[in-house]
Ligand binder design. Structure first.
Ligand code: IRO
Length: 311
């Protein structure tokens, strides 16, 4: 059984990584991820300056998943940029990606200029889909803004860049975002971020369960798998083949990983279930995926990746 997987210039021992935001805020978190059975890992999305994030409680585990309104707490881009620069010198076999976004258009450009001018040679993930900043819509729901931002970024940015997308729910929107993304030399898209602005309530207390935004927050976990698979599939069939896909959303079992790969994902990220289960989730999912592949007679991921059949 060979579950190695190729992603851009990397050959990885596992197709799994953490979803940004989970277990990746501190240097200790990142060091622990580097020791896990994930094939790669990614930092918490970094802004130019350190941020406290939204008031707590701001994350809640629900029976079928999670709701969060973290509000982009992070240590500031310098901490994560220094981490990935030092890390990549000694760990070529398991990459750490750097996730970033600015609090404004100008801040995003400053951050990406900093990355461009640094010694970092690895992958940068531009988060176009944070749902939890009061008063700030998710960037990638504004197609004109997304096109403008990517045009500006690619006028100076020559390092490998991926984007993290919010879920889309309409064929016209799959077409529209793909038409935009295909105009740029993107390394990958990561789909989906949490489903924005859901509401989970506690019936006993007749209350919301998180404090920010009157309880509205991003939904992850089992709720989101069909939406995640639809986004992976829709983008896989529309994007230039050079743009690889990281599938994120609803991954609780090896079967969920298999489904993301079948829809066309090259890597599969784990968010809510990593939060609930801890780093051991990667070992379990790798084993469960291997068992499914063996049962089906597959000896490599390439034999079924993206090969979902129509009826
Ligand atoms: O609230 C957050 O920090 C957060 C972010 I930046 C994101 O991209 N997705 C999410 O569910 N939460």
């Amino acid at each position: 059984m060979n579950t190695t997987t190729s992603f851009k210039d990397y050959t990885l021992n596992s197709c799994l990584l953490n979803a940004s935001g989970i277990h990746c805020l501190t240097v200790e978190d990142l060091n622990a991820l580097s020791q896990s059975q994930a094939g790669a890992f990614v930092t918490k999305t970094a802004t130019l300056h350190e941020r406290e994030g939204n008031p707590t409680p701001r994350y809640f585990d629900t029976p079928l998943g999670s709701i969060n309104s973290m509000g982009l707490p992070n240590l500031g881009v310098d901490v994560y940029l220094n981490y990935v620069i030092e890390y990549e010198k000694s760990h070529p076999e398991k990459p750490c990606f750097l996730s970033v976004v600015g609090m404004s258009y100008e801040e995003t450009i400053s951050i990406l200029k900093k990355v461009q001018e640094s010694d970092y040679q690895g992958m940068t993930e531009f988060n176009l889909s944070c749902p939890n900043l009061p008063g700030k819509p998710q960037i990638a729901y504004d197609f004109e803004l997304t096109h403008q931002l990517l045009s500006d970024v690619f006028s100076f940015f020559t390092k490998p860049l991926g984007v993290k997308l919010p879920p889309y729910f309409d064929m016209a929107h799959f077409d529209a975002i793909s038409t935009i993304l295909n105009q740029f030399p993107l390394a990958y898209v990561n789909t989906i971020n949490s489903i924005g602005n859901g509401l989970y309530i506690d019936v006993d207390s007749e209350s919301v369960v998180i404090k920010p935004k009157s309880g509205f927050g991003g939904i992850g976990g089992a709720y989101v798998k069909p939406t995640a698979l639809a986004n992976v599939r829709a983008l896989c069939t529309r994007l230039n083949p050079s743009i690889q896909i990281i599938g994120t959303g609803g991954v609780l079992t090896g079967q969920d990983v298999f489904e993301h790969l079948l829809c066309g994902a090259s890597l599969v990220a784990v968010g809510t279930q990593l939060y609930k289960e801890g780093l051991g989730v990667f070992d379990r999912l790798n084993r469960e995926l291997s068992i499914i592949m063996k049962k089906k007679g597959y000896t490599s991921i390439e034999q079924f990746r993206g090969k979902l059949k129509d009826m």
